[in-house]
Design a protein around this ligand. Structure first.
Ligand SMILES: Cc1cc2nc3c(=O)[nH]c(=O)nc-3n(C[C@H](O)[C@H](O)[C@H](O)COP(=O)(O)OP(=O)(O)OC[C@H]3O[C@@H](n4cnc5c(N)ncnc54)[C@H](O)[C@@H]3O)c2cc1C
Length: 472
């Protein structure tokens, strides 16, 4: 074997999977077709749950340094959601560009000794009982393969996994543009996902959002076909929406995106896994695509590492699909609902008005904010089992700091609940604490991705320990 895992695609998903593997001491090679990081501005926000996950590994501070700003809330179909009701240290969307997320993860992967190969396009692969052989500029062999190669995933296609959903019926265009002042100054500071928004009587819309470097903006406009946009078209549309308000100086990059919504039928076939856009695509309303992919990666990474190092049974790997497929389906459903609420017909406008009224109610806001932020994800189980551990202070530090090494965490208010921990020392950090975030909970066992897998009082811990962390 050349390595343990081959990860195809050095987007945010692939790099997050690879970093998790490297942290656990599992050898991974990342194969990326591009010669250099694209640097394009697509995603520009960390939803609260993604911020929490990066914080578990100590990566959020790196992102924060370069943040372009923050928005104190999210939105559902453009209707503001108040995140202050959420029980998190990050009740906002942190403005971190996709390129920066990729850079942070790539740097960490390199620090951990990871093997990253650019200008390397996967063209084929075969799997057998022992491993997967990958073809491209060279032939490589690994025990497992993870396809994080985006919406047009070659891995998914070669795997023969169906990608059902709804066809594209509308195209929008995204361009990085350099702007100067015209009759007005372009906006400064990131305050929403759709700044300087303009809507024309025919229902078409546009926005320009500053993306960190002085003069550089993300220009998004509705319309276009399945072809790639030309600079002439982008310039024309810019004039249509903004006239001489701002001056368009340059167009370093432009691309189309559609409202197609599709999800891979399976996330695992034998030794091959799909994650991120390779497993689900949708319109980027609400700012959820990169976030869902990074969350897929944090779910899969530690499980793959545990199974490959023999610390957990192979069955643990099946929980990746059983947990993440419903999450992806739910994101697609909320995106389709948002598209309906934003539609052009009078009926859509009426729906928009009603949803706006409903979301002003605190309970409805909490439900929608929980969904878009990723904080309400519940993988199922009694009580708090299946939900995330909200971060809380332990002495002068935070519970999140115990997850830095990628191990599980056992926290107990009574020593008796720590008795089974010693044989799991390599997999679980255990600590006696004064209090836990919930009343009537004496102990909690948390997976490396921050989700609760056992609480006391309740069932005996032996079963959950074995399921999630293998034999003692
Ligand atoms: C206009 C726009 C705005 C968006 N805004 C947001 C937002 O605000 N918030 C949000 O969360 N999401 C947003 N998204 C979605 C987000 O950009 C994607 O969900 C995210 O890029 C998915 O990451 P990924 O790593 O799964 O895939 P990708 O970023 O597509 O990465 C896949 C990588 O695989 C490589 N690759 C492909 N095929 C091969 C091959 N055969 N061999 C080797 N390498 C290969 C590609 O070169 C690429 O680097 C937006 C998307 C668009 C288009």
């Amino acid at each position: 074997m050349d390595t343990d895992v081959i990860v195809v695609g050095a987007g945010s998903t692939g790099l997050a999977v690879a970093t998790e593997l490297a942290l656990a001491g599992v050898r991974a090679i990342v194969l990326e077709a591009l010669t250099v990081r694209s640097g394009q501005s697509k995603a520009m926000n960390l939803q609260p749950r993604t911020a929490e996950l990066l914080d578990l590994r100590g990566l959020l501070a790196d992102a924060g340094e370069q943040a372009i700003g923050r928005i104190d809330g999210g939105h559902f179909a453009g209707i503001s959601l108040d995140y202050s009701a959420l029980d998190t240290r990050y009740p906002y969307q942190a403005g971190v560009l996709q390129a920066r997320v990729e850079e942070i993860l790539e740097n960490r992967f390199a620090e951990l000794g990871g093997d990253m190969r650019r200008d390397w396009r996967l063209t084929g692969f075969e799997q057998d009982d022992e491993g997967v052989t990958v073809q491209g500029p060279e032939t490589l062999r690994a025990r497992c393969l993870v396809g994080c190669d985006g919406g047009r995933s070659t891995v998914r296609k070669l795997l023969g996994v169906d990608f059902p959903g709804t066809e594209a019926t509308r195209w929008n265009t995204v361009a990085d543009v350099v702007l100067g002042a015209g009759t007005a100054q372009p906006p400064t500071g990131w305050t929403s996902m759709g700044q300087a928004r303009r809507r024309r009587p025919d229902g078409t819309f546009a926005s320009v959002v500053p993306i960190g470097r002085p003069g550089l903006y993300r220009f998004v406009y509705s319309g276009g076909e399945a072809d790639e946009p030309t600079s002439a078209e982008v310039a024309d549309r810019f004039r249509l929406f903004y006239g001489d308000e701002y001056t368009l100086l340059d167009i370093p990059y432009a691309s189309r995106f559609s409202n197609a919504a599709r999800q891979a039928e399976k996330y695992r076939v034998g030794r091959v896994f799909l994650a991120g856009d390779a497993a689900h695509i949708h319109l980027p309303v609400g700012g959820q695509g990169l976030n869902t992919g990074v969350q897929d990666a944090f779910n899969l990474g530690w499980k793959l590492a545990a199974a490959l190092t023999g610390r957990a049974p192979d069955a643990l790997l099946d929980t990746y699909e059983t947990e993440r497929h419903p999450v992806g389906a739910r994101v697609l459903a909320n995106v389709l609902a948002q598209s309906a609420v934003r539609g052009p017909d009078p009926g859509h406008s009426a729906l928009h008005d009603i949803v706006t009224t409903l979301l002003a109610a605190p309970d409805a806001n909490r439900v929608a904010a929980g969904m878009i932020s990723g904080l309400d994800i519940d993988y199922g189980g009694p009580g708090h089992v299946g939900t995330r551990l909200p971060d809380f202070q332990i002495g002068k530090g935070w519970a999140s700091e115990l997850f830095r090494a990628g191990r599980g965490v056992l926290l107990a208010t009574d020593e008796k609940h720590l008795a089974l921990a010693p044989p799991y020392r390599d997999r679980i950090a255990s600590t006696l604490v004064d209090a836990l975030p919930w009343k009537n909970v004496e102990a909690v066992l948390v997976r490396p991705d921050g989700y609760v897998c056992w609480t006391a009082p309740g069932e005996d811990v032996t079963g959950p320990l074995r399921t999630w962390f293998g034999a003692a």
